[in-house]
Design a protein around this ligand. Structure first.
Ligand code: AIR
Length: 345
């Protein structure tokens, strides 16, 4: 948690400084001139004229079209500090939202693996994941999956509905990889006879252990009815995402989703929560088999920034810089990115 005291003090100092300047201006400038100037400022502001002289106003960010250009600069944006932080996770921070029942979800560049035993940063990851997750959640809503997503606020933040998180990671697998391959000895890349659903209990200290549906019911983490809704939604999400990614030459190997409860009086309903991004999916290039997800970080393969960016680009979320049908070659892509001039800060 941030120290709320520090924030409050900084705010005060700023306010005091503003008051002193205002007092000085008032003593030096005749009252009429001040009033006219203030009126002019107010009119200009309402008309949308940019008054801030130093580039984009802080907090107001040029979003969609420049997302690509800004994505991989080292992060200067810090989470707004005046609102109340509710929770800080490994890759995201939740702040109190503007209305009751809402939260602001802030996407960090921090990356962890193996239950935070490995820690690092993927530059621009938060920006890309915010955008990809917005895209996927919006499209899932179109096919009738209820989600916590309300709207994206800026490069790193989205407004979401507050839910009571069900403490399960719901893992959907189409192809053997990762812990499944390790546990059961299947070669990575082998298609599974049918889609597999697995559940793990969200507890870092225990290492998010796999749990059975009997254990979930026994310990009351979710009811049988909720598990029916969760499994049905997970399968629909998988069907939709397999198609969505296949259309851009990406094979959806597996992914993790989380769900939450929203209450209406005594009744609750389960909706999709958290995020869907290359952090929680295995995404392989259909032709080359190149990994375009967090396994690049987990396995020290390098090129994670470029891989995340490539996923966003293929989904049409970044400016196009390559012809769509081109076979993806990560190392060539990386060289091109490194040699292209850095966007102005
Ligand atoms: N996952 C599981 N826990 C956290 C995450 N992000 C995701 C992985 C992978 C899938 O769940 O990103 O897509 C299965 O992971 P694993 O390690 O069990 O093979």
């Amino acid at each position: 948690m941030h120290s709320a005291g520090g924030v409050a003090t900084a705010g005060h100092a700023n306010k005091d400084a503003k008051i002193t300047i205002a007092a000085l201006v008032c003593t030096l400038v005749p009252l009429e001139v001040g009033v006219v100037a203030l009126l002019a400022l107010a009119i200009a502001f309402r008309a949308g004229v940019r008054i801030w002289p130093f580039g984009p106003r802080p907090g107001i960010e040029a979003i969609a079209s420049s997302a690509g250009a800004l994505a991989f600069q080292p992060t200067k944006v810090s989470p707004m500090s005046r609102r109340r932080q509710i929770y800080e996770g490994k890759a995201k921070i939740l702040y109190e939202g503007p209305e009751p029942g809402t939260l602001i979800q802030y996407f960090k560049d921090d990356a962890t693996a193996f239950n935070a035993q490995k820690k690092g940063t993927i530059n621009g990851k938060g920006v890309i994941n915010n955008r990809i997750s917005e895209h996927v959640f919006t499209r899932l809503a179109h096919i009738g999956i209820p989600t916590h997503f309300i709207r994206r606020l800026n490069m790193r933040e989205q407004l979401i509905r507050q839910v009571e998180i069900i403490p399960l990671e719901v893992i959907v697998r189409n192809v053997a990889a990762g812990s499944l391959s390790k546990r059961l000895g299947f070669e990575e890349g082998e298609p599974l006879p049918h889609t597999l659903l697995e559940y793990s209990y969200k507890d870092d200290a225990l290492g998010d252990p796999f749990v059975s549906e009997e254990e979930i019911a026994c310990f009351g983490w979710a009811s049988n009815e909720e598990m029916q809704d969760i499994s049905a939604m997970a399968i629909r999400i998988n069907d939709f995402m397999c198609g969505m990614f296949a259309a851009v030459d990406i094979r959806l190997i597996d992914f993790k989703v989380e769900f939450g409860r929203i209450w209406d009086g005594d009744y609750s309903r389960v909706i999709l929560a958290d995020e869907i991004s290359p952090d929680g999916c295995r995404l392989w290039d259909m032709t080359t088999g190149e990994k375009l997800d967090k396994d690049r970080f987990r396995r020290d393969l390098g090129g994670e920034e470029e891989a995340y960016q490539e996923v966003a680009r293929r989904l049409g979320l970044l400016q196009e810089d390559a012809s769509p049908g081109q076979v993806f070659d990560l190392s060539a892509h990386r060289t091109k990115l490194r040699s292209s001039p850095k966007p102005k800060k």
